[in-house]
Write a protein that binds this ligand. Structure first.
Ligand SMILES: C[S@@+](CC[C@H](N)C(=O)[O-])C[C@H]1O[C@@H](n2cnc3c(N)ncnc32)[C@H](O)[C@@H]1O
Length: 406
């Protein structure tokens, strides 16, 4: 269903542009009302939030939620202008993802989105996404605009559900990254709206530390998981590290959330090093509490009822190559064409986050024996020189890319 109203004993909720909005807030009744009056485009305009990850964005969204249902006045006029601006940009059918996020107000947020595939905090996802069970439904909780979900989609799950409380992020995920997924706008500080034992994989990257009700959410992850399934959590911030974000916990704290399941917590540095140096994800190895406390960049956590999930996985680069459908130059690189070669140089970011691992992944610069770096040229290279192409993929100079990225 693209637009409509879902009714249950819990009440009525709007479905807007394919996104089921289950937030219980000031906008719920006006949105249902707009749909009932046959004004789906107005409902979309009202549902779109300002997709920022900072306090300014949260404040604007909070204020617009409060003033919107309360009729006229200057505040309502301002809220209207904000919504119209976001609506115009997000619904532009001709714009690429990169153009769209650049036209919104926050350069830092745009930079984060455009360069997500090169961010150190994203790298563990290249290893952990491979744990997806391909024959059962996958939940990506806190999916954001869908970079990680895009990797999950390449593992061909039977069904892919994105959940996030930012409606605009889900809108972008649907428009650019995973159009065939299903989308639920919800707040994870409340119980999840999914049947028990439904998902084979519950995946959530860089999100659990944002929530207040971690015990509730972890219990919900366990409830909606199949008995043969796995919970996969790349990039959890470490409360004992100097690099902090959100409301992070220590390794012990995260472990206590998943009591009753077998689990492994691995320092993120180790996950990334194993991946880039050896193409391995080692969930067989255990770490002492002291080593986990020292994990500056945080952890990855995998939990399952079946201890067999916690083993060593090899051949991850071969796997990634076999799943790669649409090669593109990693957006963090600038390219200069020079006859039969291209020189690529990594851009400096306004907000680089943790340092890149001390390996040859994402080098500062490289010279590539191609006249152009577009998808066609990269595909030709894959056929003509698979070793060179494989190295570009392993170094993340080339990544899989959604169709209208940039
Ligand atoms: C740092 S982003 C991570 C996005 C994506 N998973 C990735 O790794 O690129 C965190 C995401 O969690 C979402 N989020 C935070 N708190 C949430 C909550 N209580 N309920 C649902 N989503 C939440 C945010 O909207 C945001 O999209």
């Amino acid at each position: 269903m693209l637009f409509g109203i879902v009714r249950s004993e819990a009440g009525e909720f709007p479905v807007i542009d394919g996104i089921t909005r289950l937030l219980i807030d000031e906008l719920r009744a006006p949105l249902v009302d707009l749909l009932r009056r046959g004004r789906p485009r107005d409902a979309l305009k009202v549902a779109l939030d300002v997709p920022f990850y900072d306090r300014g964005g949260s404040a604007i969204n909070f204020a617009t939620r409060l003033v919107y249902p309360r009729g006229a006045g200057v505040a309502r006029w301002c809220a209207d202008r904000v919504k119209r601006h976001v609506y115009r940009i997000l619904t532009d059918s001709t714009a690429s993802f990169t153009d769209t996020v650049r036209r919104l107000w926050s350069p830092r947020w745009a930079e984060w989105q455009i360069n997500r595939f090169a961010m150190p905090t994203f790298l563990p996802q290249f290893a952990l996404a491979t744990l997806t069970m391909s024959d059962s439904p996958v939940l990506d909780f806190g999916s954001g605009v869908g970079h990680g979900t895009f990797l999950l989609s390449r593992e061909s799950p039977s069904r892919l559900v994105c959940a996030d409380y930012s409606f605009s992020s889900l809108y972008l995920a649907r428009k650019y990254f995973v159009p065939d997924a299903e989308f639920v706008c919800l707040d994870g500080d409340f119980p999840l709206p999914f049947a028990s034992g439904y998902f084979g994989t519950v995946y959530s990257s860089d999100t659990l530390h944002c929530l207040d009700s971690k015990v509730l959410l972890a219990n919900e992850f366990k409830r909606v998981l199949q008995s043969s399934g796995r919970i996969v959590l790349p990039h959890l911030h470490n409360a004992k590290s100097s690099v902090r974000f959100g409301k992070s916990l220590s390794a012990r704290g995260y472990a206590s959330l998943f009591e009753g399941l077998r689990h492994r917590i691995v320092p993120e540095e180790e996950v990334v090093r194993d991946l880039v140096d050896h193409g391995v994800l080692d969930l067989d190895r255990t770490y002492a509490a002291a080593a986990l406390d020292k994990a500056v960049n945080g952890f990855c956590l995998v939990a399952a009822y079946d201890a067999g999930v916690l083993r060593r996985y090899t051949g991850l680069w071969e796997h990634r190559l076999s799943r790669l459908q649409a090669p593109m130059l990693n957006p963090i690189y600038e390219v200069k064409r020079n006859g039969k070669e291209c020189a690529v140089t990594r851009r400096r970011l306004l907000n680089p986050g943790p340092a890149l691992p001390d390996t040859d992944v994402l080098p500062d610069s490289a010279v590539i024996p191609l006249e152009d770096m577009n998808g066609q040229a990269l595909r030709r290279l894959a056929a003509a020189d698979p070793v060179c192409y494989g190295e570009l993929v392993r170094k993340l100079i080339v990544v899989d890319g959604p169709a209208r990225f940039g």
